[in-house]
Design a protein around this ligand. Structure first.
Ligand code: CMP
Length: 173
């Protein structure tokens, strides 16, 4: 199934990358491309504390909620990634949430390579955990797109409906 997912490069990496052409961002994109996925939108942004609190609202009862939202209220790089089973494939490429686990079980994953093993919040990257949440997160952070997951079974048509959202490509990537 062709679908879109939302990816956020976290501040521990986003702050190192002055431009969207810098090496870690390029490496992350090339890892998605190598698995048949395309990045159709990308931007640098600074999350407000309120945006971070809304994004992680499902974790509001965790004792690390305040630490996580304070860490995330900073520079991030946001992307929309599309392709066959994009939600699941991106999460596999990103690796396990815990960086030490990622290094052990998936040493070539993005979190193993770029996450900070000493700070659980700084695991380099976030990606949506379901197609439904991907639609919510894309609309949260790219509201101007009024995004909808494609309903088509026909792959070229589904891909066209997603690629029509492609923007920023010539401006900032
Ligand atoms: P993410 O995929 O963005 O989804 C929720 C985040 O919570 C997760 O990545 C981690 O960065 C963070 N997280 C999970 N466990 C902890 C923890 N024990 N302490 C701090 N942050 C955590």
């Amino acid at each position: 199934m062709i679908e879109a997912t939302y990816v956020m490069i976290k501040p521990n990496i986003a702050k190192l990358e002055a431009s969207l052409k810098d090496p870690i961002v390029k490496d992350i994109i090339s890892r998605y491309n190598a698995c048949g996925l395309d990045v159709i939108a990308m931007k640098k942004a600074r999350l407000t504390l309120e945006q971070a609190e809304v994004h992680y609202d499902h974790l509001k009862d965790e004792d690390f909620f305040e630490e996580l939202t304070n860490f995330m209220a900073d520079e991030v790089i946001e992307m929309i990634v599309i392709g066959e089973n994009a939600v699941e494939v991106v999460r596999k490429i990103n690796g396990p949430t815990n960086v030490l686990k990622a290094r052990k079980e998936s040493p070539n994953s993005i979190r193993a390579l770029y996450g900070d093993p000493n700070f659980a919040c700084a695991n380099a990257i976030h990606a949506s955990d379901s197609k439904e949440n991907a639609e919510i997160e894309i609309n949260r952070f790219f509201p101007e797109l009024h995004f909808k997951q494609p309903k088509f079974l026909n792959i070229p048509e589904a891909k066209r409906s997603l690629v029509k959202h492609k923007y920023l490509a010539n401006k900032s990537m």
